[in-house]
Design a protein around this ligand. Sequence first.
Ligand SMILES: Cc1ncc(COP(=O)(O)O)c(C=O)c1O
Length: 357
Amino acid sequence: MRIEIPVTRVQRQKPRPEDAQLGFGQVFTDHMFLMDGAVDAGWSNPRIVPYGPLALEPATVALHYAQSVFEGLKAYRGQDDTVRLFRPDRNIARFNRSAARLCMPSIDPELFLAALKQLVATDRDWVPRAPGTSLYIRPVAFASDADLHVRPSRTYVFFIILSPVAAYYAEGFKPLRIRVEDRYVRSVRGGTGAAKTAGNYAGSLLAGEEAQKDGFAQVLWLDGINQEYIEEVGSMNIAFVIGDELVTPPLTGTLLEGVTRDSVLQLARDEGVQVAERPVAIAEVMAAARNGTLREAFGTGTAAVISPVGELAYKGERVRVQDGEVGPLSQRLYDRLSDIQRGRLPDRHGWMVAVED
Ligand SMILES: Cc1ncc(COP(=O)(O)O)c(C=O)c1O
């Protein structure tokens, strides 16, 4: 069944920045998707309207108790000018898992997908063309009761906004200097680490700020119990090539189930690389760096696809990875995935979804 969402168009389109002027997440397109939710009535009144401010009461629950969840995915303009979403079903499913963890109502996946496709199609002229650029898509649901009780809100707002973004590595890969974080933690067993929820990000800011002050790009998060096992890097998943194996921490509920992580593991398996999802101790990685078996390290995420790690600092020791250069597997996986996203390689796994039929 085709879901038609009513559209109120802007009277006058905003000037669009040149592709060369794009950054990340500060410019928004002409339209947004909005929908109202209520615990007893479900979601209603889906609509596409001009992008603009939301009017909120100061007592809005989400502002006080962070009952909110979000997603991040991208639309790409292919060589054939078709605009396609990358694995939106994965983001929709993760959004609903996050919502369940935060006591929020789930959204019908069919309606969610229709909203994504129709909104991006409405603003298709905003999908940039220059190599490496894309349209970042940010769906958000938040608790909208005006009520200071600490309890799940009865009403919610769901919106989707769009932002044309620059190529992440316009000047080529820059391997990151990473501090292994041994004071703060991002997530604990039984916590909200696997949910894409506002509080996780608020709680991680201080560690990131302190690392940046000391000259590092991001922190490598360790587990919240003994700070022994590796979890994620900044807001990306992490993978290592140790010996001949691609290893990455397993999904045990404390880290985000990255769509890029899953895609990169699939592409690695496709080319016969041995892949292991298993606990990775920081001691193992440091030892592998010392004895020369740590061959590559990289973060995976929607924003950059692959972010090579060039250096790790842990308890006063610094080790270089791949001499601060990009490893061959990191480069290959980046090229493959980017080529699939932009329609330059066949989409063997059925990951790409055109926004217009
Ligand atoms: C905490 C965290 N981990 C991992 C990821 C990577 O997930 P994905 O590949 O779906 O973008 C993200 C970004 O979305 C994130 O915020």
